[in-house]
Every structure is written in C-alpha cells, then in structure tokens.
Design a protein around this ligand. Sequence first.
Ligand code: FAD
Length: 452
Amino acid sequence: MSVLKNQKVTKNINIIGAGASGMYTCFKLLQLNKLNAGERQFKLNINIWDKLPVPFGLVRNGVAPDHPEIKNCIDTFKEIFMDKSLYQDNNVKFVGNYNFTKMEEYEELIAKSDLLYLANGCEKSRDYQLENSSNLNTLKAKDLVNWYNNYPESKNISQIWKSEEFWSKIKNINIVGNGNVAFDICRLLTMCKYDKETINKSDINSDFVDVINKAPLKKINIIGRRDFESARFGTKEFRELWGLNQYGVTGYINPKYYDHDMNIKKPSRALAKKIQLTKKHSTDVNNDKMKWELKFLQSPFKIDDEVKKLYSKENIMDVNNPSKAISTDKIIESDNDLVILSIGTENPHLKDYEQLIAKNPGKVKSVGWLRNKGFGTIANTMLDTFDLVERDYRNLDMSSNQHGNELQDFDFLKINDKRLVSWSDYEKIEQYEQHIKRGKKCDNLEEIMSVL
Ligand SMILES: Cc1cc2nc3c(=O)[nH]c(=O)nc-3n(C[C@H](O)[C@H](O)[C@H](O)COP(=O)(O)OP(=O)(O)OC[C@H]3O[C@@H](n4cnc5c(N)ncnc54)[C@H](O)[C@@H]3O)c2cc1C
C-alpha cells in the first residue's frame, strides 16, 4: 500500500541475534533513518531477538575479561535503546530469552518483515578427529571460554572438568589451533597462576581463577597445522603472550619456523612485526616457571592410552596452494595431560539459512559471524555490517507494511510460555550484576531470571 505525502512508511525489521552484528545492524538502520529524516520518511519497527536473557553475544561471552577496552562497543549498542536522538520515534525492542529453533518461526518472521537479518553467529565448536579423545582428556575452547566468561547456563548440570580435582593432574596442556582464542586461553591460564589478584579484578569467573591457580601447570603448547607465515593470530594478541615474561614465564618458537627465507616476496608489516617480536623474546630456558611454546606444521591425531602423550603428524605446505598444509608420515610427540581444541566454531544450521536467503532474495540476509563463517574481529564485523545495511536501507521501497511487529502479532509466541526479557528487564539484570554480584556477570540462568 502506498502512503500519503508526509506520512511515514512503516517498515518491520527483525534481527535474530543481539551480538555485535545484530546490534550494529540496528544501530546503522537508526543512524541512516536519522540522517535521511528530511527525505524518504520511514518509521522503523525493529525487534532484536536473542536466545539468552542478556544481549551482546560474544562481546559479553567471548572477548577476554581483561580486555574491557574491546567491550567498549557495548556503549554504542546501548545508544540504540537509551539515546532518544538516535532511536527518535522508531520502535526498537530487545526480546531476550527466545531461541529460534523451528523453520515455521523463521517463515512467520519472513512473512511479516520487510527485512530479516540472521545475526545468530557460529556457536558450535568445529569437530576434530582425535583418537582416544574423551571429555576427561579433551576440552573444547568454547567450553573453557564460557566458563571463565560466565556464559549463562542452567546450573543443574555438574561438570567434572571444572573441579579442582580434575585440574590437580594437569601439568602439560596442548592447545590445538593457534588463533587469537588459543592465545587468550594460554594467557588467562597463566595469569590465573601468577597474577590472581589482577585478573580477579576483571569480571572473570572467580571459581575458574581459584581452580587454575592451584593447578600444577608447567607447559602450554599451542599447535598450528600451517606455517608461521600463514597463521592467523593477531600481532596485538601475540605481543600480549610475550608480555607474560613479566611473571618469569618464557615463550619459545623453534627458529626453523621463522628464521628462514620465507616463500613470499615481501613479508607484510604484521608478519615482519611477529618475526621481530619472536627474535627479541623467544627463549628456551628451564626455570621453575611455566612455559609456553608455539609449534607449527603439526596436525595432532592421537592421545596415547595413558593420556601422557599427544601424537601429531608433521606437515608441509602445499607448493600448489600456499594456504594449505599436507600431512607427512613423520610423527611428533608432545607431553600431554589435557588437550584443548581451539579450531573455531560454525553454525550447524547454515545450510537451512542459506536456503531461506536464496528463497527470499533481498529480504533475508545474514550478517556477522554467520555470514563470515566464524571469522572476523568486532571491527571487521562492524564495517561489513554497515556496508550491507546501507545498501538495504537505500533499497527500501515506499510501501507500508500492514503487518504488526509487536510481540502479540506473532503466532509462535502464543504457544510459548517462556518469560521474554525486555531492555528494561536487562537493565535490572545489569544492576544486579553490578551491585549484588560486585561487577561479576551472572552465569546462572535461574538466578538471572529470578532478578526479574
Ligand atoms: C573467545 C572469543 C574471543 C574474541 N575476542 C575478540 C577480541 O578480543 N577482539 C575482537 O575484535 N573480536 C574478538 N572476537 C570476535 C568477535 O567476538 C566477533 O567478531 C563478533 O562477536 C561476532 O558477532 P556476531 O554478532 O556475528 O556473533 P555473536 O556475538 O556470536 O552473536 C550471536 C548472537 O545470536 C544469539 N543466537 C544464536 N542462536 C540463536 C537463536 N537460534 N535464536 C536467537 N538467538 C540466537 C546468541 O545468543 C548471540 O547473542 C572473539 C571471539 C571469540 C569466540
């Protein structure tokens, strides 16, 4: 239906996922609508849904607790709900505690929306084949991150690997995967051992700090399948790892990985910096402190029966494909008490989402980690999302949506008995965390809901 002159055209927009990409999507839409206020007049009805009762996704639950500066983007996200000059007379709602699991729910949203953004990230740890691996000798990085970051979970599940007894036997850890998450884990485990007081000032889980502090950790290997020059870790995260030497903790990288003629014309600035840092700090000394080591060109494939060794195949880089590693028959052994798999995450429903997008061109979009298959920093996520949303906004037509976008307008909510969480509810949760939990985030779903 077209509208009379000066009357605002109503557009219904739903965003599934209130992490960085969902929030930046909403922020950009509001910003564009404000900037274009004199031209085409839209009233945006936006719902940002999340399965958790708390927003911000990995910014809250992934980013390391001692990196508050990275979480500053939350201030921008809050403007969506708190800055009248941004949201103006648009209608924006946070709808927490609703998990979209059925195709019918997505289809109803699509039918009633002008735009549906899938911003639900990549939450499942990728599978990795490791012989003899069990939940007593292998942890997923995501589980460990969720623990130290107080990811809200039901507390009815007891997890043996979070106990002091489990960690009392852990001296040698092998982290498989050498991205920034592996570095965060290595750094935080080390800080819990040597600087409990400082790390506990952050919103890190205090039980995690206490348990790790008592563990007899000696060595952490971080193992990557490709060569030094192909590794994806960031320079900042690398520098922070070397910074552990302030506690007497040494890091080592065998010179064969970096001190050779690299098969590239000119190293990038980032690579040159990484080599420079390594040459400056790498040392293979034995003292009574913990050590960490980066190992390259290895693919772990088996834990021995006694869980004392991790076996890896040595790799070489494929001459025809410089980003691919190929395993050889040469076996390398590492001392081992625990393996942590840090090989990234994926969305198990990606194929279904791709079908929804293909069936609804121009209307259903993916953003953020779902779009980029689990890669990208918050800054990349923001730039990518802004770019996409700008194009979508420009393409909005001048017909008004006749469907409602209020909660009572959705049939799937009529059979839902879960308590939905609004932005003002979230503010109560935040207050509770600040005052009652003394700045620590609440990891207990039942406790969170009891605040409301
Ligand atoms: C451990 C870790 C540390 C990181 N550290 C940094 C860092 O230091 N600096 C940096 O720049 N980047 C960092 N990143 C990357 C950064 O977190 C991502 O770039 C960014 O958070 C991606 O945002 P997203 O919105 O796409 O996904 P997410 O943040 O994962 O948001 C997805 C949201 O969707 C919700 N959701 C999922 N499924 C459903 C469903 N079915 N129904 C409803 N809601 C659903 C989830 O609850 C979540 O809130 C880190 C990532 C990880 C994993």
